[in-house]
Design a protein around this ligand. Sequence first.
Ligand code: ADP
Length: 518
Amino acid sequence: IEEFTSQVRNRFYIPFRGIRKLDIAHMKQYYNEHHNFPESFKKVLSDASNDSIFESIYFSPQDQDHCIDSDYPIHVFNSVNKEFEPVDEVSELVCDGMGLARSRMKVLIDDYRWNNKVTFDTHRSMTLSMINLTDQEVIGHLTFVVNRDYLVNDFLSNKLKKKFSPTTETGVVLWLRDFMIDEILAVSDDDEKFRRDLIDINQRFPDMLDNWVLHAKIIDSPTIAASNASLTRNLIVLGMAVFALSGALIFMFITARRERELAQRQAGFLANVTHELKTPLAAMQAAGENLADGRVTDPNRLKTYGNHIYNETIRLRKMIEKLLDIARIDSGQNMVQITPQNIDELTEFYHQNHYNYVTGKGYRFELEIEPGLPQAMADPDHFETIIGNLVDNAVKYSPNTKRITLKVKKMGDYVALIVRDRGLGIPAKAKKQIFEKFYRYEDSMTAKTKGHGLGLSIVKNLVELNKGKIDVISEVNEGTTFIVKFPMCETIENGDRQREIHHEYVNEELESSADYVK
Ligand code: ADP
């Protein structure tokens, strides 16, 4: 659009090509002698007067300003005989143009380096001031009256259409507007109505046509629309690729971190388990040796040695059982035999069998059973491992308030086993991880207990094999409650309903369990 305005300006200069080469000093001398210009310049003026863009040409020497002193004549160019002829009267328009050029040159002349200077009076006239660079003086002014009708309706109108039509291809509509009189003079596309709020670009003409402005509206031509669409498409694809890539990177990062943590825990576990296997064996070996030698005869000491061997064997057996459990789970060889069970009876049986063991360690070991409980589906061997691990943990992690409660109650469509202690509790940040293999939450208190981070991982796996659920509610220094739910016999037959109901009840259960902890 800016280039377009330069082309319009150049249109006025067509007859004046080569004017820079003219010897203005010589022309001054010639004019003084002949009251006319040399043939070469008359040719230029003749071309200009034949050009439709100019209506007439006037000349006034610098020292004879007709517009100030009407005694001086002013000369009009006669295109027929190519002579300047004096006239007494000229229109205001000519004087305005010349006056502008005169005052402008007054300011510029001292430093001016070219032999002519063009001054436009808006769209009305163009005045060419002729400069004699030898004496650094202006010799006179030629005013070319502009043919507005041709300029607007012929030249600009056609040029706008030629350069910016069809709109569907160029993607732009241009209006030429005179803002002094608020009138649209020309438009690149006659079908487009001018509206001020549609304008995207405004462009003025350089040093000319002062009251006129070009307004441009950018519209989506099919080419532009297509390129915009393809840009949008590319951006979407790029966005998706970046998203997928970041997703993959995050995933890789998380997996790598998990793997590293697991490897670290596994290494720790190996060192630990080796030590734990050797300790009871060494203790049993020493006690066995002493007994075999026949050196110990005192019945009390015999009993101590026997107890020692018995306890160590139990520890060893538990550890081996855990290792076997985890190996079975890992290899997917865990056989499940889910049959209808009375969870309350299994719990009561466990409670009876381990009562002495738990109370022997100084704990209150309570049992609360809701009457009239329905049967639930479970593998009894698994049930024993689950309750065993949870009670073992309750014992391990409640060194101060020694009270453990087993509770069996109905929760929605499940029969729940609740194992509650009033011990150390589990910090919120560790809660998510306690069911992971080899994870142990280590602080100064739990560090005193022995363990390998396998118990809860085994429990969770077995609960899932039994189609049950496990939740934990815990507060540090208040205690921990594990809730293991086994599906009731009727519900297992109606799997879908069971899933729905689980969602409904899960909040209720957690709330009631929270009350229970308090
Ligand atoms: P281990 O007891 O051998 O460390 P578990 O898998 O049984 O492994 O338990 C994992 C972690 O969960 C334990 O290290 C402990 O920090 C925490 N935890 C488990 N049960 C309890 C509980 N009843 N009270 C407090 N913390 C517990």
